[in-house]
Write a protein that binds this ligand. Sequence first.
Ligand code: HPA
Length: 250
Amino acid sequence: MTTVAIIGGSGLTNLKNLRITRREVIRTPYGEPSAPMIFGQLGGQEAVFLPRHGPGHTIPPHEVNYRANIWAIKQTGVSKVIAVNAVGGISPDFQVAGTLVIPDQIIDFTYGRAHTYFGSEHKKVTHVDFTHPYCEELRQTIIHASGRAEIRVMGRGTYGVTQGPRFESLAEIRRMERDGADIVGMTGMPEAGLARELELCYASIALVVNPAAGKTTETISMKEIETNLETGMGSVRSLLEQVIPLIAHG
Ligand code: HPA
C-alpha cells in the first residue's frame, strides 16, 4: 500500500532515486493536475510523486492547479504528503543557501488563487482548524530521519507565502520579518490548506536557495538560485530516502 506522496518543487521535477513502476493520469472535478502521478519505490518503500510545476517545469507558482493536485493525491489513497519547497531566507539563522527547514507555521500572503474545496458543488462548506498548519507527527518523523542521516535541518520556521512570480521588495521582506516570517516562498499556500481540508497529513521540506531581498547586497539572480537548487536538492533526495521507510514502518 502506498502511504506517502511527495510533491516536488523547483529543482525536483524528477526524483532520481525513485524506481518508477507506473504512471497514472488522474482526472479531478477541478481540472488537470500538474502531471500524471508517478508511482514507484524510494528507499525500498512505495511512494507516489507529483512535480508541482509540471514535468518540464512550465507551470509558474500562481498558475499551479493546487486543488487538482491535492485532490488527485487524495485519490491515490495516500494519507501523508511531503511537499518540497524552494524558499528565500529572511531570519538570520535561515539565510544561508542550502539550509533545510521543516516549517511549523505559515502566513498566507497570496491572493486570487483557488484556495478551497468548500462552497463548490463537490463539498459542503465547513471551516477547518489550521492552528498548526503542518502535520506534527510527520514533521517529527522528518526531523528524526534527518538526525539519522546526519543532515542538518531547522526543526521549525514560519513560512511566508507570496504571490509571485516576482521576488519581493525590500519593504515587503521587512514587513514579513516584522510579521514573524523566517522564510519566503511562492508555493506553500493554498497547498497546505487544501491538504488540511481533505484531511491529509501534510508537511514540508523547504530548501533555502537565496537570502531574501535586502538580506545581501546582491540582486537575486536565477542563476545563483539554480546552482543552489542543484546542490540542495541532493540533500533533499537523501533526506526523503531516509524518511519514506520510517513512514511506511511507523
Ligand atoms: N522569494 C519568494 N520565493 C522564493 C524566493 C524568494 O526570495 N526564493 C525562492 N523562492
